[in-house]
Ligand binder design. Structure first.
Ligand SMILES: [Zn+2]
Length: 134
C-alpha cells in the first residue's frame, strides 16, 4: 500500500493521538510522545479532534505551485487546533482580506489535487471561515 492510503483514516477523521502521560495531543498520529518517550510507548490513545481552529499566522500566495495556478491568490495559514495541535493548510472560500491572525476557522475535507490525469486524487483538510454557512 502507498503511504497515502495508509494515511487516509487519520486524515479523514481528524483522529490524532493523545499521550496518556502528559496529555499532549498529536495530529497526525504518533506512536510515541517526544516528551515522555518510554512512558508513552504502546500507550498512545486515539483522540478525536474537533474541527475548530484559530489562525496563528498566514501568508497570501500570489505565485502558485504547479497544479494550483487556478487558485491564486490564496491563503496558507498555520491553524491552531484543540490541545495546541498546529496544522498548515489552505483557507478556502474567502478573500485573502477576510483572514487575519485570530480568525476562527473550521476544518473541511476537500480535494487537494490530482497527480496528472490518471494519478490518484489527493484529499485532505482545508479550512473555511467559522462564520460561513456550511
Ligand atoms: Zn507525553
Amino acid at each position: 500500500m502507498s503511504r497515502f492510503w495508509r494515511e487516509i483514516p487519520s486524515r479523514y477523521n481528524l483522529v490524532g493521538t493523545k499521550c496518556p502521560n502528559c496529555g499532549r495531543i498529536f495530529f497526525p498520529t504518533r506512536d510515541m510522545c517526544p516528551d515522555c518517550h518510554r512512558a508513552s510507548i504502546g500507550r498512545m490513545e486515539p483522540y478525536q479532534l474537533n474541527e475548530h481552529g484559530t489562525v496563528v499566522t498566514y501568508t497570501v500566495i500570489h505565485v502558485a505551485q504547479l497544479g494550483f495556478e487556478m487558485m491564486v491568490p490564496y491563503v496558507m495559514a498555520i491553524v491552531e487546533m484543540e490541545g495546541g495541535v498546529r496544522m498548515t493548510s489552505q483557507i478556502v472560500d474567502c478573500e485573502p482580506s477576510e483572514v487575519a491572525i485570530g480568525t476562527k476557522v473550521k476544518a473541511v475535507f476537500r480535494r487537494i489535487g490530482a497527480e496528472g490525469h490518471e494519478g490518484p486524487i489527493h484529499y485532505g483538510y482545508k479550512f473555511v471561515l467559522e462564520d460561513q454557512a456550511y
